[in-house]
Write a protein that binds this ligand. Sequence first.
Ligand SMILES: [Zn+2]
Length: 461
Amino acid sequence: MASTESNPALSYLKSHQQDYIKELTEFLKIPSISALPSHRIDVRNAAEWLAQRLRQAGVSRVRVDDTPGHPIVFGEAITDPAKPTVLVYGHYDVQPVDPLDQWTNPPFSPAIRDNILYARGASDDKGQVYMQLIAAEAWLKTAGLPVNLKFLFEGEEEIGSTHLSQYITAHQPDLTADLAVISDTPMFAAGVPAVCYGLRGLAALEIEISGPAQDLHSGVFGGSVANPAQVLSTILAAFHDDQGRVQVPGFYDGVDPLSEKERQNFSSLPFDEQDFLQQTGSPKLFGEAGFSTLERVWARPTLEINGMWSGFIGEGRKTIIPQKANAKISCRLVPHQNPARVLDNVMQFIQENCPDTVRLKIKRQEADPGTLTPLDHFATQAAVKAIEKIWRQPAAFIRMGGSIPVVVTFDQILKIPTVLLGFALPDENFHAPNEHFHLENFDKGSQTVATLWSLLENMDA
Ligand SMILES: [Zn+2]
């Protein structure tokens, strides 16, 4: 492996550092707010800017593809079909900017203070998309790319990636790859670069329990019929034991036990439990017995009541037996749990716990699985090595408790694993006023990505 000094891509990045920051600033000036119809043309302009810039970098077959919504930018740089191919995904659209008066500099007039770049999209995700672009350019303009790259940049991430999975299905041959790399996530903390290799999935349903044809007078009827609110509470209360364990039979089927290695990785992270507690505002942390907070959030499934409503909730009193009671339930799922089966099991549990004195309706919603790229996967290990080379410190292995739908799409349609390698910081105000990106992390991030490409050269394609 070439040393840092002799890697031509790294030297190229360093010698162009100032130009790159200036150019990123130009990209950030385009107000590509996908949610607002008045910015439609700006979103397209950002797509065209990006496409033009990819061509200039030496990427071929660059296209701006129309969708029924905002366009998708595609490009590829094929070095040698025998080498591994990496699909790089990111998004060039941004969130709306209000409240405007809370910005120190206007959101689309980027400003640098203390080596931090302030603008909407600086970290989420235009800054990181551009970081990917220059990492590729640094190879294309010097020794040539060590791997094949394909680029997929969408303009609808901030509005739910409405047309993305349709596009991926339709363009599957173009998108064939061995691996996806996404830079749209934060590091674990300032100074703690991380490789994220696991995400949780999501499954949800709604329950409606009804009894009488309308609210009943509790003086006339109280005691003679079942109260839907009472029945619903009994069912909801049965979901967990007092140790936070889900009681639905089969709920934990398929859940991988945490390996000793993973537990060690998690516990070695600079995680401040008090700080985390403070973020929640709760008086105390609580969760499934036998697991640490990070383990509960990253690697254990949950069942949550997201909402419940029934009867009279106005001021004063209204002595009724409510006609119905409702609840919304969702489960965060970990990799290898079968989402459809989890919903089956939860539904069966509700049915079995529901007496025949009421009527039960369950509305089942879509479910997505959790995703995991194994710790010992070549790409996960390569990402860690790339971080260690550039940052001269160990990389953190992290998972995230949330879901990123595009990762599920890559897993299910393209059948490829994803490595999440982001260089934003958790407190860089994504979606909020004064969004920013630490330029030191932008520089090191682009160097890390450029290094990763050389380390992936020997991955089995
Ligand atoms: Zn994003």
